[in-house]
Design a protein. Structure first.
Length: 391
């Protein structure tokens, strides 16, 4: 069996490693493209003329039925189920905790396989936010984040690595499992939208995020349309065009300031890609139109970016860009160097934005009691590390 697995691993790593290295044991099929699934089957000895059909069956089992165990994949013969179970696995990463907020928001802390045996296992969070007319799943693209935005809790986490496509897709599977949403329903779904607004900068992990979103939106599987997937970026300008051309999902920009000095402080990547360049990339974003608007996120920080002059400047800057504006009340976290703007100030700011034609721009904070709100996500990995250091 070791040789078969070795070949399967080799087949997958021909291009670049998509899955975190699994020490020994069955290979996870979550997050592979159809082509990669075919390669894995071929390496396990499946006859060439059966590959297409088997790939279809496994795709359906994974992403339409949400099976976690080959024993339940009744489209396969008993022998095949046994043989596949020896080589492959459909199981999800380990869920460390599931928390449910008083407002129905749910947060999962997910432990991933460690790529460095000396470091603590990396962990990421995914959050489900139910609303009257939709349910949004917020997923992570990296463990931690390298960008250190000064108002963001994730940015203070030291441990950083890219998630594999499988680890990104697995967050959607875990949420679907917990919400008991299998097989993929056509109507009345609990998860209607996916946002890449959890931990990490998705454009620093472009290829894996793209592969994962292709799988999440695949009509024969999870079937969440790309119009209902939004990628949020802090402004990695050279990658923005590719989001439109190659990924085809909706774009959100973490703007947070209307001039370079303030944005340099809040979102330090602005020193590399300034406001002007960022807004130019938005104007030129492939496919942008009034039906496909770019969302601009703006966190409200008391005395920092919340003056009425800032509001007017925001409206002026976005003129001519088909845009939605999301004012996010700052979600505090222990030791945060900012305060949330006063509610009255947020309303005055919103009024100016409203008058310029942007509807209900204030985003209601959700799941604050379980630290599930925007920018509060931070796994315990670093805390474990800190305690090890002080021990
Ligand atoms: N790295 C990406 C996506 C993850 S952050 C990005 O920065 O866009 C998702 C959103 O939450 C971003 O708009 C981010 O600026 C915002 N955010 C981060 N920390 C926050 C906090 N403490 N309160 C409110 N929003 C926050
Ligand atoms: Fe990273 Fe986004 Fe947080 Fe900035 S706001 S540190 S880019 S996760």
């Amino acid at each position: 069996m070791a040789t078969i697995l070795d070949t399967a691993n080799k087949a997958r790593s021909k291009k670049r490693p998509r899955q975190a290295a699994m020490p020994d044991g069955p290979v996870s099929l979550i997050g592979l493209t159809r082509e990669e699934l075919g390669d894995a089957l071929r390496a396990a000895g499946v006859a060439e003329k059966q590959i297409r059909m088997r790939v279809g069956q496994l795709w359906n089992a994974l992403y339409h039925h949400g099976h976690q165990d080959f024993a339940n994949v009744t489209t396969l013969s008993k022998d095949l189920r046994t043989s596949f179970a020896e080589h492959f696995t459909l199981t999800r990463p380990e869920i460390v905790t599931e928390q449910i907020s008083t407002d129905g928001t749910r947060k999962w802390l997910i432990r991933l396989p460690s790529t460095d045996p000396r470091a603590p296992a990396p962990e990421v969070e995914a959050v489900y936010i139910p609303e009257e007319t939709r349910g949004t799943l917020c997923i992570s693209s990296q463990v931690g984040c390298t960008l250190n935005c000064t108002f963001c809790h994730t940015g203070t986490q030291k441990l950083v690595r890219n998630l594999t496509a499988g680890e990104i897709v697995a967050q959607v599977l875990i949420a679907r499992d917990a919400l008991e949403e299998w097989p993929t329903p056509q109507e009345g779904r609990k998860i209607t939208n996916v946002v890449l607004m959890g931990m990490g900068e998705p454009l620093y992990n472009f290829d894996n995020v793209k592969q994962a979103m292709d799988i999440v939106s695949d009509g024969e599987g999870l079937s969440i349309s790309k119009r209902r997937i939004t990628l949020s970026t802090s402004g990695i300008v050279p990658e923005i065009e590719r989001v439109g051309n190659e990924m085809g999902v909706m774009l959100a920009i973490s703007l947070h300031a209307v001039n370079n000095p303030t944005r340099d402080e809040l979102v330090p990547i602005n020193k590399k890609y300034s406001l002007n360049e960022l807004l130019k990339a938005c104007r030129e974003f492939p496919g942008v139109s009034n039906a496909r608007r770019i969302t601009f996120e703006y966190v409200m920080l008391k005395g920092v970016n919340d003056s009425l002059t800032d509001a007017k400047e925001l409206v002026r800057l976005l003129k001519g860009i088909p845009a939605k504006i999301n004012l996010i009340p700052f979600n505090a976290w222990p030791g945060a160097p900012y305060e949330c703007s006063d509610w009255e100030q947020i309303e005055k700011f919103a009024e100016i934005v409203n008058k310029a034609g942007y509807a209900s721009p204030i985003r209601t904070p959700r799941g604050r009691d379980i630290m599930a709100a925007c920018g509060q996500l931070k796994s315990a990995s670093e805390k474990i590390k800190a305690s090890q250091i002080s021990a």
